[in-house]
Structure formats: C-alpha cells, structure tokens
Design a protein around this ligand. Structure first.
Ligand code: PNS
Length: 170
C-alpha cells in the first residue's frame, strides 16, 4: 500500500515590482499543482523599487483570494533558508524564453548546492505573456503606452496613481 504522500509546499519568490499578468498566470498554475503556494516578495534586493514591499504584497493579495491555497509573505536573506523555514519542498520559477534560462539555471543549481532537498520547479507562463516583464511594463507605462492586459487592473490603477504622483511632484 502506498504511504501517505507529503503535502507539497512551494515558494514562488520574486521582486514583483509590480506583479504582472505573467506572474498571476504562474501563481494560478502553481496553485493547481501544489498543496500550498507561498508568494514571497524579496526585501532588500538593492534595487530601487517603484513600490514598497508592503504595496507589492498587497498587489498580490488583491488578486489571489480566488485561490484558497495561496499565501503572500516577504523574505530576506537566502531564499533556501526561508524555504526550509516554511518547510517548502519546492521553489517555483517561471521561464519565458531561452534568455531566462541561463540565469534561472544558475540560481537553481546554486540553491540545490545549498539545500539539495529543495527542488526548483520551472513553469512556463501562457505564451501570451512571454514578452511581459515588470521592467518593461514600468517603462512603457511611464512613456504613455497602453499596458492593459499586461498587469491586473488593480495593478494598473496603482501604477497610474504612483506615476502621476511622481510626475506631479517632479
Ligand atoms: O523576480 P526576480 O527579481 O528575478 O527574483 C529573484 C530572486 C528573488 C528569486 C533572487 O534574487 C533571490 O532568490 N534572492 C534571495 C537571495 C538569495 O537567496 N540569493 C542566492 C540565489 S541563488
């Protein structure tokens, strides 16, 4: 008789500055595969983010109530230490194109070297999202381009408020 399987907890880490429709697609896929999915926003990554960690966590919270097994958190320090602390068995990452592969492979192998018991699982977001990145969304939006569908509507509204606030001040 098969032994009772362990519950699968996965961490989906990232900067999420801001959350895009590609991220959301990945959360949906991850949520369907795992027992629990923890979306973990990186603190202190040295970049100058447009949104605070709290705002980024809020953005995720606004769109995940439909997925009962998704939680939102933040972390700093080593990702594998955070994952172990949460008793996660997997780290989830999205791959859009071949260009993502080298960086992702390097991180996955480094994380495996640090904690071999945690697997990195790569998922492909829907092809409609394969060109979307947080960086490009911010750039296009700042320059007046249409980003509808590239981010959830709640994130678009936040961008609107943030960018118009910045131009009014600056
Ligand atoms: O969305 P991003 O910015 O591509 O996510 C990168 C992230 C958060 C996954 C990566 O920077 C990370 O894991 N940082 C935590 C520090 C760490 O563990 N570094 C070693 C990674 S091999």
């Amino acid at each position: 008789m098969a032994s009772k399987s362990r519950s699968h907890i996965a961490i989906y880490p990232g900067s999420f500055d801001p959350l895009t429709s590609g991220h959301l697609d990945l959360i949906e896929r991850g949520s369907a595969m795992m027992d629990r999915l923890i979306v973990a926003v990186l603190r202190n990554d040295g970049k100058q983010p447009l949104f605070s960690v709290e705002e980024r966590m809020e953005m995720v919270r606004e769109v995940v109530p439909g997925f009962g097994n998704v939680e939102v958190d933040s972390f700093d320090g080593l990702l594998v230490d955070y994952a172990a602390q949460k008793q996660a068995t997997a780290i989830l990452r999205g791959i859009r194109a071949v260009s993502d592969y080298e960086y992702e492979l390097q991180m996955a192998l480094m994380n495996r070297r640090l904690k071999p018991e945690i697997e990195t699982v790569f998922l492909m977001a829907g092809e409609a999202y394969s060109f979307i990145s947080s960086r490009l969304v911010k750039e296009v939006f700042r320059l007046g381009g249409d980003i509808r569908g590239m981010v959830p509507p709640t994130v678009e509204a936040r961008l609107q408020r943030r960018i118009s606030g910045i131009s009014a001040r600056g």
